[in-house]
Every structure is written in C-alpha cells, then in structure tokens.
Design a protein around this ligand. Structure first.
Ligand SMILES: [Zn+2]
Length: 424
C-alpha cells in the first residue's frame, strides 16, 4: 500500500460554544431544512413536548447530525397560574395528579412518578439531554430548593436506569435577578448547584435579555456568571439573544439560547401572574435580523428601511452563502438569515483563542455596529433605541475589560456529561 501523507492535527479543534435554539410553533420547517443542509441549526434544539407533532421529526434528524436535542420539561409552566392553562401543558404525561405543580403535590412519591414519566418520555423520544424540572425561586427558604434537588437526583437515576447514562441534565435557574443581591440567596444557590448531578447551569434571570441589558443589569450578570464558574460546569444564558453573544465573547457563559427571531429576553411576569381571560397563544410573524446591529425589526419596517438611500449597502446581507440575493433574502426568509448569522457569530468566537474574544467582539462587532446604528437612526427611528443600547454595552464591556486583566471563563456548553458519578 502506498504511503500517503496524513494530515496532522497541530492542535485539537476547540470545543464549540453552545448555540441553542428554541423553535417556536412555526419554526420546524426552517430547522428541518437547516439540519438537512448541515448549517444554521445551532448546536442544540430545545424540544417543546407540547408541539411534539411538529418538533419530534426534528429529533432524529438532529441526533444524526450531532445537534443536541433537549427536552423542555415545561416545569415553569406546570407550576405557574398562567402557564398551567396554556394549551397542552396539563396534558403532559408528567403533569402531577392534583393540578398545577406545587411543593405539596411534587413531594415524595408523586414527584418521583412525575420524574419517571419525564425520563421515559425523553428515552422514548430519543432526546439527547433534558432540562431539569426546576421551579421559580423567590427566597432562600423556598420549599422548591429541596424539591428541585430531589427531583433532579431522581431524574438522573431514572435516566441511567433507562440507559441514558450519556444524556446530560441541564439545570435552569429561574430567579429574579434582584433577589441574588441577597447574600443568603446566593449562598443557597451555590450550595444547591454543588449538590445536584447536573452538567450545566441554564440561567433564566428575570428580567434580562437584549431588550433589558442596561449597564447595571449587564454588569451584575457578568459578576453572577463569574461566581458560577467556581462550579466547573458550563453556564448558559437563556433567552439572551444578541447580548448573549457579548456574554460568550467575554467568557461569562459557554452557551446562549434564544428563539428564532424571538425570545431574546427573559420576562417571567406573564407566567407568574394570574391568567387573563384573553390569554391566547399567538405566533407573530418572524422579525428581520439586522445582523450588523444585533437587532430585529418587523418585516414591514425592514422593507421600508431597505428602500431608503444607503441602507442596503449598510445593512444588507453580503454573505452569499446566507442570502445570495442580499437584503431581499433577509426579508424573504428571515428565519434562515437569523439562524445562519447567529451560527456564524458563535462559530467565529469558537474559532478564536479565549483571550482574543473580548477584543474581537468590541472591535469587529460592537464599535462598527454602534457607528452603523448612528448613521441609520435618522432613517428608522426605532434604531435610536438600538444605538443607545449598543453604546451602553460598549461602556459597560469596555469598563469590564479595563477592570480585569484576566477573568475566569465558563467551559463551553458542548453537550457532554460532566458530573459523572456512580449513583448513590
Ligand atoms: Zn443572510
């Protein structure tokens, strides 16, 4: 046999940063296409069991493609007044006997039965990972802390029993951001997270996100995420959207999660209050992603905006692999453009050494974005808000870079089991 020159790997490829996508009711088609084409699907999909008819076909395809499939346990909806009445929630196989989930009806055997149903569903549907059934925590003495820990331990045990030993459990932390300024709350959170067999922390901090990331909020988020690095497991910013890309660049998180052109801000108010009589689910049409600004506009606004002088050149998609016909493809297929651009943003960071990521983000995205926003705000008034936001991020992140010569980095959310322990 002739000797052939084998390509040598000079250094191992970096583990990819997490880019999790939460498909909404109408997003399955574009994601099926993305999975077939092998790009733009993100590194993981959060599967909504309420939309199983539409989303289950994605699971097999995603598993084959090496894209994570993460079962959403819908625990927040199951345990909140406005969530419980949403269509399909109370019909989930793991909805407890006795109505809306509460510390009372999830204690003891009923909780174990509910978790068994959840694990069996994950196994049957061939999910690669599960979001732990955690609940909204409003104080360091909430009964949910202990119940969530018990449910999560028993979920691990049952997944192992069902031969899903390689399936990671991700632990959503759902709290008001302000409550973590209470040292007792923070201490409780850290000890909780040390004691549960989970492979990543998913932060659902209320309120936070692209539309709610003023200087104080963003600074606190960076501080909190860095405190969590002591746990040694990846931190993922849920519903974070474009500000999540900044958090990734700064190493605060190892993964981000958002919907397809939506769900880029955490706001739990709607779920936690009492249901309104007119509380109907509603799927709005996708928004258009202005990737140069990390911002969205509605399709009708985008059409008018691109008709204005200079805006096609300034904001049109120049990536012929993404939108061969430039801005008209952005508006014509906004979901695909968003998915591909978000994948590019995350891949660019992954490919770069950690120490260079913050500078790259500041110089190659944030500075040009805020210049572009300034030049565009008189053409589209809603961009004045975007400009303000970008300037605020520049201020906060620039100060953070000046303050730290080095900072801790979250491990990449790369879909592996991390806390592998023999079960007790
Ligand atoms: Zn594009």
């Amino acid at each position: 046999m002739a000797t052939t020159l084998q390509p040598r790997t000079l250094r191992p490829a970096p583990e990819p940063l997490g880019n999790f996508i939460r498909p909404g009711y109408n997003d399955h088609t574009v994601l099926a296409q993305a999975l077939t084409e092998g790009r733009g699907s993100g590194s993981g999909l959060i599967i909504n069991p309420v939309h199983s008819e539409r989303q289950m076909p994605l699971v097999v395809e995603a598993n084959t493609a090496g894209v994570e499939t993460i079962l959403d346990s819908k625990s927040l909806e199951l345990s909140s007044p406005s969530g419980y009445v949403l269509r399909g929630i109370s019909d989930l196989p793991w909805a407890a006997e006795g109505g809306m989930h509460s510390p009372l009806n999830l204690a003891n055997a009923a909780g174990a039965r509910s978790v068994r149903s959840l694990a069996e569903y994950a196994a049957e549907a061939q999910m690669s990972a599960v979001l732990a059934p955690t609940h909204f925590l409003n104080s360091p003495t909430s009964p949910w802390w202990d119940i969530d820990a018990t449910l999560t331990r028993s979920l691990r045990g049952m997944l192992d029993e069902l031969e899903l030993t390689q399936a990671p459990i991700y632990y959503p932390v759902m709290v008001k951001a302000s409550s973590l300024t209470n040292p007792a709350m923070m201490t409780r959170l850290m000890s909780q997270l040390q004691s549960v067999p989970v492979d990543a922390v998913w932060l659902r901090l209320h309120p936070f996100g692209t539309g709610n990331s003023g200087p104080l909020v963003l600074k606190r988020y960076l501080q909190l995420a860095r405190q969590l690095h002591a746990l040694g497991i990846p931190v993922v910013a849920e519903h974070s959207g474009s500000v999540g890309v900044a958090l990734l660049a700064f190493g605060a998180v190892g993964g981000i999660e958002s919907g397809v052109t939506f769900t880029d801000t955490v706001n739990l108010d709607g779920l936690l209050r009492q249901p309104r009589p007119d509380n109907k689910p509603f799927s709005p049409p996708p928004r258009v992603y202005l990737h140069q600004l990390g911002a969205f506009v509605e399709a009708s606004v985008a059409r008018e905006f691109f008709a204005k002088r200079g805006m096609k050149a300034l904001h049109g998609c120049q990536d012929t692999n993404c939108c061969p016909r430039g801005w008209s493809d952005m508006v014509g297929n906004p979901r695909r453009h968003f998915l591909r651009q978000r994948a590019r943003e995350v891949a660019e960071l992954t490919a770069m050494p950690e120490s260079l990521r913050p500078g790259h983000y500041m110089e190659n995205f944030l500075r040009p974005a805020s210049d572009r926003a300034m030049r565009s705000a008189d053409q589209e008034p809603s961009l004045a808000r975007v400009r303000k936001r970008l300037d605020s991020w520049r201020g906060t992140l620039g100060a953070d870079l000046e303050e730290h010569s080095s900072f801790t980095i979250s491990p990449p959310a790369a879909g592996r089991r991390i806390r592998v322990r023999p079960s007790a």
